[in-house]
Design a protein around this ligand. Structure first.
Ligand code: TEU
Length: 584
């Protein structure tokens, strides 16, 4: 297997709004990121993924872009960005940026033009359709299944063109536009109209814009919901048992467009591309992220979300069962081996922080548990992506007051839960688990007021635990999560087996322990993590050469006792490749 740089790289995700505020307006910014480059470098990562910093009205925190080749004034200037790029490159750090082109902002010039008239040259950049009359709607969905509609609208246009409900829980995917008397499509909020990738002109404009960034020196793209860009012919209704993602993901032309993108926009640049591919399956990933590299380098899949979230049942209190989690990893690890490349992540700006999600340790074990999760997750095959603050074991922030919520999705979800009979307290509790504000709270730099993030009022609440959980404290303490992450990435980089090795699961039926071998050319490394808060006795024959490479418990006696302490994570070399391990 060819060992491209992005296969052994580790990526650090920066969510600019919450990273570091240099100008005291309560919002993080690019100069703030520049001031923390040495910190980022010190974790031992190679690449920074910057979530959107482009001009945006901010209905979805920048995932609604109104000018793709620009910097939003709240984050700084284009010159600031150039300085950031340069300073990062000088430190040997690469920068990949978010490419949000499934949709634009409704304030993008393309959409402004598109909505002017039916024959505007940009009309076809978006999806405009006539609505349905009441008769048509009844015929299509039956009297009892009519979607909600707006009586104030002209009768001819009362019903949207199909029954799609947007992914932010805000009702229909269609918004009526009075001016031109048609509806436009938006899979997310109505301020995020979907771009029509079937228009060759739109595609060329996107490629030109990508080219501008590449010429400037960016090192690649993380492509937002790129699996959704090819909409199904005729935009058919969602039928029973289907989710919207089922019909809009992996459309018939998505691979054609991505191959075109690679040839037109990316050819000649040694850059990294990762697709955020909602709805992707192992078989689809082989196309998106095949090792022959005709589309993307790698994908983010969402199958773990199906265990405790799932597009339709995200707002709940479900727990992840360890055997289910292991099965999903096994499927992806083995399914893509030698064929395509994967990514590894525990959380991001959309998903809950990992402590509390994968494990729910008592506070005394929080750090140990985070180290264990990282060990088990980031030593699998794929490129690790860590999310700012994860290296400190930052936790979800449970926002108690509705007025403190910022995310459009959480606000919609709260109202919906009230309609289904939950009281406000219960609804806020669930929003706290899944709401994206909970993981987006500002980075905790130190124990001073404002957590070293800002001296002003932060745009989103700071988690009160910043006094104890912060970067300054962890950098100064040798056994911190921060230092463990550094050591873990150094270990991963130093041994090819972690990048290129086969993945061989062990103890597959065990609900307590996640264990696997990585095997390359006869060399084998054994990785184990105890996902429980109690000791687990294992019966293993690891041979006489077994040697602990790394672990989250200093002076662990695991090799002699074969007892894993609560949340213990350990990496062992010198074991026979197919370690005969039996569950209890
Ligand atoms: O996310 C798309 C996506 O599939 C989600 O994880 C989504 O946030 C979640 O389903 C909502 O429940 C991307 C971005 O990462 C996210 O921040 C944006 O809001 C979204 O696209 C729209 O651009």
């Amino acid at each position: 297997m060819n060992k491209s740089w992005w296969k052994s790289a580790v990526v650090y995700q920066v969510y600019p709004k919450s990273f570091c505020d240099s100008d005291e307006d309560g919002v993080g910014d690019i100069p703030g990121i520049i001031s923390k480059l040495d910190y980022i470098k010190s974790i031992g990562v190679d690449v920074i993924w910057l979530s959107p910093f482009f001009k945006s009205p901010g209905f979805d925190n920048g995932y609604d872009v109104s000018d793709y080749f620009s910097v939003d004034p709240v984050f700084g200037t284009m010159n600031d960005f150039k300085v950031l790029l340069n300073e990062a490159h000088q430190r040997g750090l690469k920068i990949i940026i978010d490419l949000v082109v499934n949709h634009s902002s409704h304030q993008h010039l393309w959409f402004q033009e598109s909505s002017k008239s039916k024959n505007n040259p940009y009309r076809n950049y978006y999806f405009w359709r006539d609505g349905l009359t009441e008769d048509e709607a009844i015929q299509r969905w039956g009297q009892d299944n009519l979607p909600s509609y707006d009586l104030s609208k002209d009768k001819r246009m009362r019903f949207p063109p199909n029954n799609w409900q947007n992914l932010f829980g805000g009702g229909s995917c269609w918004e009526y536009d009075k001016e031109t008397d048609q509806y436009y499509l938006h899979l997310f909020s109505k301020e995020q109209p979907d771009l029509n990738w079937d228009s060759p002109k739109l595609r060329q404009d996107v490629y030109d814009m990508m080219h501008q960034w590449l010429e400037l020196g960016v090192d690649g793209f993380r492509m937002d919901v790129i699996s959704l860009i090819s909409k199904p012919e005729g935009l058919p209704d969602v039928t029973d048992g289907q989710s919207l993602i089922d019909i809009v993901a992996n459309g018939s032309k998505v691979h054609i467009y991505l191959r075109e993108m690679r040839e037109v926009a990316l050819a000649g640049f040694d850059v990294m591309t990762v697709g955020e591919t909602a709805g992707v399956t192992v078989d689809e990933a082989k196309h998106y992220a095949g090792l022959e590299n005709t589309e993307l380098n790698m994908v983010f899949h969402f199958e773990i979300n199906d265990l405790d979230g799932g597009e339709s049942h995200k707002w709940n209190r479900s727990k992840i069962k360890l055997t289910d989690l292991k099965n999903i990893h096994k499927k992806w690890q083995q399914g893509l081996a030698g064929i395509a490349w994967n990514s590894l992540y525990l959380s991001n700006h959309d998903q809950p922080r990992s402590i509390g999600r994968y494990v729910r340790p008592d506070e005394v074990y929080r750090e140990r548990a985070q180290k264990m999760l990282a060990t088990v997750t980031y030593l699998m095959a794929g490129t690790p992506f860590i999310y700012q603050g994860e290296e400190l074991a930052m936790t979800n922030c449970f926002i108690k007051d509705f007025a403190d919520l910022r995310d459009i999705e959480s606000i919609n979800a709260f109202h919906k839960m009230l309609q289904t009979g939950l009281d406000a307290e219960e609804a806020m509790e669930i929003v706290g688990i899944w709401g994206r504000d909970s993981c987006r709270t500002p980075m905790q730099w130190n124990g001073e007021v404002g957590a070293g993030f800002t001296k002003a009022k932060p745009w989103l609440k700071i988690n009160e635990n910043y006094v104890a959980i912060n970067a300054k404290e962890q950098a100064a303490r040798k056994d911190s999560v921060f230092h463990y992450y550094r050591a873990l990435f150094a270990l991963r980089k130093g041994m090819d087996v972690f990048v290129m090795g086969d993945y061989v699961p062990v103890l597959e039926e065990d609900e307590r322990v996640f264990a696997y071998n990585r095997v390359l050319d006869g060399e084998s490394v054994f990785v184990l993590g105890n996902y429980t808060g109690y000791e687990v006795q294992l019966f293993l024959d690891m041979g006489i050469d077994a040697n602990v490479l790394m672990g989250n418990i200093v002076d662990s006696d695991f090799l002699t006792t074969k007892v894993l302490q609560p949340y213990e994570g350990v990496v062992i070399s010198g074991v026979p490749s197919m370690t005969p391990c039996k569950p209890l």
